[in-house]
Design a protein. Structure first.
Length: 589
């Protein structure tokens, strides 16, 4: 019910459409309920008494009511569709904005396929729930109540005789709805799994093909598909079992009315028209119950989807601005410091990835982070723009704890280029100025030149206006990385973080990039995460990480002389022939 109340909150902006829909629906029910009474009038006052004028007038009135009902039904459908589509649009927008607000930690635990189901299938189910509720779903209980009242007014004795049957039918429907809702929720959960497998297989189609794992992926998909099918069959079995039971209840009611009503007519207690009217009202009472059962699958699916959507909407970003967070000034010096920092991911059992890390970078310095895979390099630089909050210690920017300043103002100073360059469908120019949409062509070209992307862009058919496929599928890994670097440089950040972002670039191009970057460095502080020793040779400070701890820090010559870990990395990459001179204080790279 809590999730349903939150869904109703999304209906409030469309309450006018909802109210008009319900008013028209009420009028439609009143007109529908008038027809059996008019049929009674035709039989008792027209046919039975041979009065043709009554028959004609009543028939014309019934025809007029039917015509008016058509227009009322069209109006009801129009308003209900507008309300449902509006709610669906707002839900999609709310979900999208919520996902955009998630911190890295939230995104680590959310699967892409699951979020896509929330945005598509679940929102569609909620839309169906609202539209059905404003149309057939509300009409059915109104018809039930109105018909029940008119049944009692037509023949209290027959109505009392049918009361136990109505109660049994109502209980069966209630039990059915209670039973079906968790089943539909489980179907949606299986759909999550199916979409997750599908998303991974499609996104990794090239890997699957290159490693000849199509059979394995097919088995994964078949298993997920079969599990969803089995769960859906279980739901459909419940649906198919309910319908015959309810039809039986209706037939039993008909037999009781015909038997008891016929005897009352013979005894003169009821007229033929009253029996016909009572029969119609009985059908109008029982049919909505069958209709509600048939619609209960949509209600159950909508309620289950509502709960799933609001599970996402209720998630809070792990990284939030403090209530008294300050705006980091535009002229804040690009001084970065980590003081006794430790960090552990929540989904890894609390095992620290970084342990008591101390690091200081002054404005204009280039700091390289070196270490083996899994040593915590990327995690360390993710703490600087506050993509994650530290478990212990402090991260300071311009001598201010990053938790005390707003995230937006902090990110105005910091730009990060990840190893996996993410490009968007559009043009090369659009991708480069993604972070600075108002940049002119000269600025775009200047950033591309520094990133060593200008030359290959000039070779493309349309140069900077060349189309980029989704995820940059029509570009090489090195080309995508250079465009991503140009995108970051164009924002002119005070702190530039390159997270192994030249791993797909050849050494010669990387050397040119570092030289061009040094010329434009000014007061910019640069962090370079790398595994190649050639990437870090010119850094002002090299920090060596091992198992989440800083085991060495200094310039290249200093580390060659004093750090056994650095010496081992150096020798493993450049060969043992350089080993004899590396311990000499005068050794140069």
């Amino acid at each position: 019910m809590h999730h349903l109340q939150r869904t109703v909150a999304f209906v409030r902006p469309y309450r006018k459409q909802a109210v008009w829909s319900l008013l028209l629906l009420t009028a439609l029910v009143v007109l529908d309920l008038a027809l059996p009474r008019l049929i009674q009038h035709v039989i008792d006052r027209g046919i039975a008494q041979g009065n043709q004028a009554v028959v004609v007038r009543t028939a014309l009135l019934m025809l007029g009511i039917s015509a008016v009902s058509v227009f009322i039904a069209l109006g009801n459908n129009l308003f209900s569709v507008r309300a449902g589509e509006g709610v669906a649009r707002d839900l999609r927008e709310a979900l999208f904005l919520k996902i955009q607000s998630f911190s890295y930690g939230n995104l680590d635990r959310q699967k892409t396929g699951v979020l896509l189901v929330r945005l598509t299938s679940d929102v569609a189910a909620i839309k169906g729930l609202i539209q059905i509720s404003l149309r057939i779903g509300t009409r059915a209980p109104l018809m039930f109540l109105g018909s029940a009242v008119l049944m009692v007014s037509t023949s209290p004795r027959l109505a009392l005789m049918l009361l136990p049957l109505l109660l049994v039918t109502s209980v069966l429907i209630g039990l059915f709805i209670l039973k079906s809702e968790p089943l539909f929720r489980s179907v949606q959960a299986k759909l999550d799994v199916l979409n997750g497998v599908l998303q991974e297989s499609i996104a990794g189609a090239r890997v699957v093909k290159s490693l000849v794992r199509s059979d394995f992926e097919q088995r994964r998909f078949e298993q997920a598909n079969s599990e969803m099918t089995a769960r859906s069959v279980k739901v459909m079995q419940l649906l198919s079992a309910m319908n015959p039971v309810l039809v039986l209840c209706i037939n039993v009611g008909m037999v009781l009315v015909i038997g008891a009503g016929g005897r009352s007519a013979i005894e003169g207690e009821l007229s033929l028209g009253e029996i016909v009217a009572f029969t119609n009202y009985m059908l109008s009472t029982m049919t909505p119950l069958v209709m509600m059962t048939m619609l209960s699958n949509m209600w159950a699916a909508g309620l289950a989807s509502s709960a799933r959507v609001h599970e996402v909407l209720s998630l809070q970003p792990e990284v939030l601005d403090a209530p008294a967070a300050r705006v980091l000034g535009a002229n804040a010096p690009a001084r970065v410091e980590l003081r006794d920092v430790s960090f552990a991911y929540r989904n890894e059992g609390g095992e620290p990835v970084l342990k008591a890390v101390d690091l200081r970078a002054e404005p204009g310095q280039t700091v390289a982070i070196l270490g083996a895979t899994g040593s915590g390099k990327s995690t360390l630089v993710h703490l600087i723009p506050r993509f994650y909050d530290v478990s212990d210690g402090q991260v300071l920017y311009a001598d201010q704890d990053v938790r005390d300043v707003t995230q937006a103002s902090l990110l105005d100073h910091v730009a990060m280029v990840p190893q996996e360059a993410r490009l968007f469908a559009g043009t090369v120019r659009d991708n480069i100025r993604y972070g600075k949409p108002d940049a002119d062509d000269a600025e775009v070209e200047a950033a591309a030149r520094v990133a060593q992307a200008h030359d290959f862009i000039q070779e493309l058919p349309d140069k900077y206006d060349a189309a980029v496929a989704p995820r940059g599928a029509n570009l090489s890994g090195g080309q995508k990385q250079r465009i991503a670097i140009a995108r970051a440089l164009l924002t002119e950040p005070d702190v530039l973080i390159l997270d192994d972002s030249t791993s797909a670039v050849d050494v010669e191009t990387e050397t040119k990039f570092q030289a061009a970057l040094a010329e434009r460095r000014r007061e910019r502080t640069t962090f370079i995460v790398a595994q190649r020793i050639s990437t870090v040779l010119r850094a002002d400070k090299i920090v060596v990480l091992e198992h989440g701890r800083v085991v060495a820090s200094g310039t290249h010559p200093e580390l060659l002389r004093d750090s056994a870990v650095y010496q081992e990395i150096y020798e493993s990459q450049l060969g043992s022939d350089v080993a004899p001179g590396i311990l000499e204080p005068s050794a140069t790279p």
